[in-house]
Design a protein around this ligand. Structure first.
Ligand code: GCU
Length: 432
């Protein structure tokens, strides 16, 4: 199995790896060196009360766990500026994708004006859908113009990570970036199977670098603006991106072409961490899909396999909240582990996907977290993975917790989408 200590986001992300100080121990890729660890029990409350039914879970344990993830891991997000927010439909094309879909571009003006923070949502809705279509909603890495080759989708003007692709010049996209992320979205396939796709660039919410928050909602929505000092339990970038996904869902609730009660939130890698957190904090998301989310996402921190908490904190200090820093190399001191993030999604369907060569993201640790979330699903009488050990490569398992490990690298492929669509078909029944 190929070891991959060099993280890939969407193309190379070498710069951030090089910024990890040399004193960090090299990543462990040896199963025999995984230390013995004890996972916190999702079904025991802080005061020792056992969680024996959905009511105790929903009223007591779930809020308690959510608060721990908020305070210790991702950081608390503020309330949405609903009263101010305005939606502006910037374009409607009824014959997109050769007539298969209607495509809209919608500006979500969070504080009511184009000068304030805004999310540029791209929405494809199948034309043949008999009813409001179920939706896959996810953040994209490189702008809406990158998820499709359609030439009239607006080019994003946001700050972008230049190292990702030679088409990004001085941190800005160029025409040459059109379609570079298309294979990761498979829009034609989704639409053919009756699903809408809603996506926007994560840079609309916050630019992905240590002080990128100054260009995003974390500054724009704070009275201190770029002078804001964040408290240790206040939102990091992942929390801000997840908050943005909820704002996109607010819009979807107003659009009659889609069914906002059947929205699957999906994300890859750092945006998979984000999708999990978005699903945990906002119960309106009906399905949650984590694609290769790894450390700080679906993978168990206590295994210390591949990427570790310390790597996250060193290379991406802006992703998590201040309190998370204390767990660098002290994973056992965390009051939670990532199986409890998955448990927070119960009883909603969740799908966790790994890639065989993506050892940095710890595929086995992702499977084990999904497995350890099963008791929360059992409380609701919902079957989880249905297997005790990771399935063979390229075999999808699970009822309410889906899982596969795909052959190949850190990426989102057609194979991944086939599984997500099958999973969504089972739970959403499009066309009905
Ligand atoms: C790096 C990082 C991972 C992250 C990934 C990505 O590899 O270490 O935690 O998931 O980037 O977002 O592509």
């Amino acid at each position: 199995m190929k070891k991959n200590p060099i993280p890939f986001a969407c193309g190379l992300f070498v710069a951030s790896v090089l910024s990890v100080p040399a004193q960090l121990p090299p990543p462990n890729y040896d199963e025999a060196k995984v230390p013995t660890y004890t996972l916190p029990d999702p079904l025991v409350c802080a005061d020792g009360t056992p969680v024996t039914n959905p009511n105790i879970w929903q009223k007591k344990r779930r809020p308690e766990l959510l608060r721990l993830f908020e305070e210790q891991v991702y950081g608390r997000a503020p309330r949405p500026p609903h009263a101010l927010t305005r939606y502006e439909v910037r374009s409607v094309v009824t014959n997109a994708l050769g007539g298969q879909a209607t495509r809209k571009e919608i500006s979500i003006l969070l504080s009511g004006t184009a000068a304030g923070p805004r999310i540029e949502l791209l929405l494809y809705v199948p034309n043949h859908s008999p009813k409001a279509a179920p939706v896959f909603l996810g953040l994209n890495f490189n702008g809406n113009h990158a998820v499709t080759t359609e030439r009239d989708v607006r080019l994003s003007d946001r700050w972008m990570v230049s190292e990702r692709s030679s088409c990004i010049v001085s941190n800005r996209a160029t025409e040459a970036c059109r379609g570079i992320e298309a294979s990761r979205w498979q829009i034609e396939k989704l639409v053919a199977r009756g699903y809408a796709l809603a996506t926007f660039n994560y840079g609309d919410v916050e630019a992905d670098f240590a002080t990128g928050w100054k260009l995003g909602v974390r500054a724009a929505l704070s009275s201190a603006g770029t002078n804001t000092t964040f408290k240790p339990d206040e939102w990091g970038a992942i929390s801000a991106w997840a908050w943005g996904l909820s704002r996109a869902l607010d819009y979807l609730e107003t659009d009659a072409a889609v069914d906002a009660k059947r929205v699957a939130v999906i994300g890859h890698s750092r945006l998979g961490k984000t999708a999990l957190w978005a699903g945990a904090r906002d119960e309106r998301f009906a399905i949650v899909i984590s694609n290769d989310s790894g450390e700080g996402g679906a993978a168990l921190a206590r295994r210390r396999f591949g990427e570790r908490t310390a790597n996250l904190n060193k290379a991406f200090p802006h992703w998590f909240c201040g309190n998370f820093k204390q767990y660098s190399e002290h994973e056992d001191a965390m009051p939670v582990d990532q199986h409890e993030l998955i448990a927070l999604l119960a009883p909603r369907p969740v799908y966790v996907a790994s890639a065989e060569e993506d050892q940095w993201a710890d595929p086995r640790g992702e499977f084990l977290a999904a497995k350890a979330a099963e008791p929360a699903y059992e409380l609701f009488g919902k079957a989880g993975l249905g297997v005790a050990e990771p399935p063979a490569v390229n075999k999808s398992v699970g009822a309410f917790i889906g899982y596969h490990v795909r052959s190949g690298k850190h990426d989102v492929t057609e194979y991944d989408w086939e599984q997500y669509l099958n999973f969504a078909d089972r739970h959403f029944k499009p066309g009905k």
